[in-house]
Design a protein around this ligand. Structure first.
Ligand code: SAM
Length: 236
C-alpha cells in the first residue's frame, strides 16, 4: 500500500491534508492515485489507513478510515553509533538500518575516520524518509549530529557492545545469551573503514562497553553495522 509521511499538524479528526510538494508530485505523477483509492499515512506514532477524497494542484485530502497503533517498531530501543563511512557506504548503512528498525543512528567522528564531514544530514534524513515509506515503518529513524566517542551517553543504555575484530573471547552470541532479561536500551558501536584505535577500544571498555567478535572474517563496516542491527532487532 502506498505510504506517505505526514506531520501531525496536517492531521484532523477525520481528514488528513497532504501538502508537501514532493508527496503530491509522487502520489499524482508516480503513483497516479485516483479518488476513492486507499492509501496509508504515518506520523511517526500512528498509522492511518485513508481514502483519497480530492486531488488538487497544491493539496490532496484523504479521509481517515482507520487509526492504528505502531506495530512495526521494536519495543527495545536499539541505537547504532557508526564511524562515518564514505558516501555510498554510509547511505547504504542508513537505508538498511532504517529498514531493519534501528531507533537512532549516531554518526561517529573517530581517529581513523576518513569521510569528510560536509553537511550530509539533509541527505541522510531523505534516505531515512524514503526507506521508511518503502518498508512501511511508522517511526522515523533519528539521525543525530556527528559525535565523538567521548560525547556518547553510555549511562542510558542497559547493554552496550562494540564489535571488535581483535576480540577473541566474547562472541555476540554469548553476550546475548548472558542478557536474557530483555534490555530496554541497547547501543552498538561500529568502527569506520579503518577500524578503531586500541585506545578507543580501551576507552569504550572503561565506559562499560563490551567488545564482541563477529567471527574470524573481517567484515566491511557497513556489513558489520547491518548484521549486528539485524541480529539485535530479531533477538529482542
Ligand atoms: N581493522 C579492520 C581491518 O583489519 O581491516 C578494519 C575495521 S572493519 C572494516 C570496520 C568495523 O567493522 C570494525 O571497527 C568493527 O567494528 C567491525 N568488524 C568488522 N569485522 C569484525 C569482526 N570479525 N568482529 C567484530 N567486529 C568486526
Amino acid at each position: 500500500m502506498i505510504s506517505v509521511i505526514i506531520s501531525k499538524e496536517n492531521i484532523g479528526n477525520e481528514i488528513i491534508e497532504i501538502i508537501e510538494k514532493s508527496d503530491i508530485n509522487h502520489l499524482k505523477n508516480a503513483f497516479r492515485i485516483k479518488i476513492g483509492e486507499i492509501i496509508r499515512a504515518v506520523d511517526g506514532e500512528y498509522e492511518y489507513i485513508c481514502e483519497v477524497l480530492s486531488i488538487e494542484k497544491k493539496i490532496i485530502e484523504v479521509k481517515i478510515l482507520e487509526k492504528n497503533e505502531d506495530k512495526f517498531s521494536s519495543k527495545v530501543e536499539i541505537d547504532a553509533a557508526i564511524g562515518i563511512l564514505k558516501n555510498d557506504k554510509m547511505d547504504l548503512t542508513i537505508q538498511k538500518l532504517t529498514e531493519i528498525g534501528i531507533t537512532k543512528i549516531v554518526p561517529l567522528l573517530t581517529k581513523r575516520g576518513i569521510a569528510k564531514i560536509v553537511e550530509k544530514k539533509d541527505k541522510w534524513d531523505l534516505i531515512v524518509k524514503e526507506a521508511t515509506k518503502q518498508c512501511q515503518a511508522v517511526k522515523l529513524v533519528e539521525i543525530e549530529e556527528p559525535k565523538k566517542l567521548q560525547d556518547l551517553d553510555f549511562s542510558k543504555y542497559d547493554l552496550a557492545i562494540v564489535p571488535y575484530e581483535c576480540e577473541d573471547e566474547n562472541s555476540l552470541r554469548n553476550i546475548l545469551n548472558k542478557n536474557k532479561n530483555k534490555p530496554k536500551r541497547i547501543l552498538y558501536i561500529v568502527g569506520p573503514e579503518g577500524g578503531f584505535e586500541k585506545e578507543e577500544i580501551e576507552f569504550l571498555i572503561e565506559k562499560g562497553v563490551t567488545p564482541v567478535s563477529l567471527g574470524k572474517r573481517i567484515l566491511r563496516a557497513e556489513t558489520a553495522s547491518i548484521i549486528v542491527g539485524g541480529i539485535l532487532v530479531n533477538e529482542y
